[in-house]
Design a binder for this molecule. Structure first.
Ligand code: GLN
Length: 198
């Protein structure tokens, strides 16, 4: 049976758990806080939240090294919003912010909070390669902006002409929150594409 882990250090963990439970059933999703729990999962979600906190807690719990190693061995990972930031190879300094140490698993340059403050959060239709109509309802909350996509990454989601989703092998990063829209198509596509037998 396929088991997806949701990295449960900080952020919108219950929403991700519910989104994947809709696709896999409740036993198909577990929370990951330790290297031992990480070892049991077939794929991992890094949720939205606060990337500086998530990154700091990866160090505190001793999970960073185990995660870097698993990703290096091909672990499918879906990072949304703060999760995208944590996965990025490069960060441009964000307005007024400390920036986190990242996992360097996606060949992109990102700037945190680049669409403005909380009240400038918005919803917008997103075109996702491989999904049938209608467009995906994108929820953007203090979202990061993908400033540059390097040669080792491929865009696969756009808001108008702007890239809002990128993949590199089995690592997917989105600047919006699919888990908040109630639309299971991205969770289902992530599993179908990256986890054999899911
Ligand atoms: N602004 C947050 C950060 O920089 C991300 C926001 C989110 O995940 N909704 O980490």
């Amino acid at each position: 049976m396929t088991v997806v882990g949701v990295l449960a250090l900080q952020g919108d963990v219950p929403e991700h758990r519910a989104a994947f439970a809709r696709v896999l059933g409740p036993d198909g999703v577990v929370l990951v806080r330790t290297a031992r729990e990480l070892a049991r999962v077939d794929a991992l979600v890094i949720p939205g939240g606060e990337s500086t906190t998530i990154s700091a807690m990866l160090d505190k719990g001793g999970l960073r090294q185990a995660l870097v190693e698993r990703i290096g061995r091909g672990l499918p990972v879906l990072g949304t919003c703060a999760g995208l930031i944590v996965l990025a190879d490069r960060l441009e300094a964000s307005p007024g912010g400390r920036d986190p140490t990242t996992l360097r698993a996606l060949d992109i340059t990102v700037r945190r909070n680049d669409f403005g403050r909380q009240r400038e959060s918005f919803e917008a239709p997103v075109r996702v390669e491989g999904l049938r109509a209608p467009p995906f309802p994108g929820v953007f909350i203090r979202a990061p902006r993908i400033l540059e996509v390097g040669r080792k990454a491929t865009p696969f989601a756009w808001r108008d002409t702007e890239v809002v989703g990128v993949r590199a092998g089995t690592v997917w990063g989105l600047s919006f929150h699919p888990e908040l829209s109630g639309d299971p198509r991205i969770a289902a596509a992530f599993l179908r594409t990256n986890v054999p037998g899911a």
